[in-house]
Design a protein around this ligand. Structure first.
Ligand code: TMP
Ligand code: ASP
Length: 248
């Protein structure tokens, strides 16, 4: 893979994006850097990029099968995702099925309370401003998205939630909440980008409610990478493991 420095388009906190020879395709490299607090807490955790790329690829494929457009083209090897090039929309679209995390710090919800219908929250993706929560008027005033765009984003997000939640529950996992990001492809279509992984979701064991995601790192607990591997094992089928030559 030709991942030369001169082809680096963007370096985020956990992923690098490289231009490929095809103008509308990029290669996303999932790095092992793990951060919290807008990058204030930072470590390198071997294999994190590997597991996150596998989990994201599997979930993107699941969504594609359900008719949802994603950036995913192929995972030629774990850690590297060939993706459609997107002009990213600076929104963190958060969906909440169960009250957890910052929602409990900011509002008088009960821990573990379920939301039906789920809550969709839009934050401004901007570390400098610490990702503040937005409303539609602020999104319009910032020129981030139109009413029509937001309607599409909410509709796709609800469907993504349903598809992934049903899949995870069938494998013994709860899906309390998750964050996704969208971009526009060269045709202007709104397409799911970024990743769906334990870095960007909460995954809990259905029976024990054990945490199996980045909250372990945020809380300073051990077993982070073991949890990521466990999630990979639960989510991937034997056929996926064969396809990517995995030996766990
Ligand atoms: P929160 O409860 O901390 O607001 O997080 C909600 C969801 O969003 C959770 O699944 C983790 C994810 N998330 C990110 O992907 N990036 C972030 O920067 C934050 C704060 C949360
Ligand atoms: N994504 C943020 C960071 O990397 C915060 C978080 O995920 O908790 O710093």
């Amino acid at each position: 893979m030709n991942l030369d420095k001169e082809n680096l388009l963007y370096r985020g906190k956990a992923k690098d994006v490289y231009q490929t020879n095809h103008p509308q395709q990029v290669m996303v490299k999932f790095r092992d850097d793990i951060t919290a607090g807008d990058g204030a807490k930072k470590e390198v955790m071997g294999m994190k990029g590997y597991y996150n790329s596998l989990i994201s690829a599997k979930l993107f494929m699941l969504l594609e099968d359900a008719g949802i457009k994603t950036q995913y083209i192929d995972l030629p090897e774990p850690g590297f995702m060939l993706s459609h090039k997107l002009d990213m929309i600076p929104l963190e679209v958060i969906t909440r099925n169960i009250a957890a995390g910052s929602l409990l710090r900011r509002f008088p919800f009960q821990e573990g309370q379920t939301f039906n219908p789920p809550i969709i929250q839009m934050d401004f993706k901007n570390d400098e401003y610490h990702d503040p929560m937005l409303n539609d008027d602020i999104i319009h005033a910032l020129g981030i998205a139109s009413n029509q765009d937001l309607e599409i984003i909410r509709k796709i997000t609800m469907k993504i939630n349903q598809v992934i939640k049903d899949f995870l529950e069938s494998r013994g996992l709860l899906f309390p909440d998750f964050k996704i990001e969208f971009g526009r492809d060269y045709m202007g279509n709104i397409v799911l980008g970024d990743e769906i992984s334990p870095d960007t979701c909460r995954f809990w064991d259905q029976k024990t409610r054990d945490i199996m995601d980045k909250d372990l790192f945020r809380k300073g607990e051990s077993g982070v990478i073991e949890a990521y591997q466990k999630v990979t094992n639960i989510i991937l089928d034997e056929k996926d493991k064969k396809r990517w030559n995995l030996d766990f």
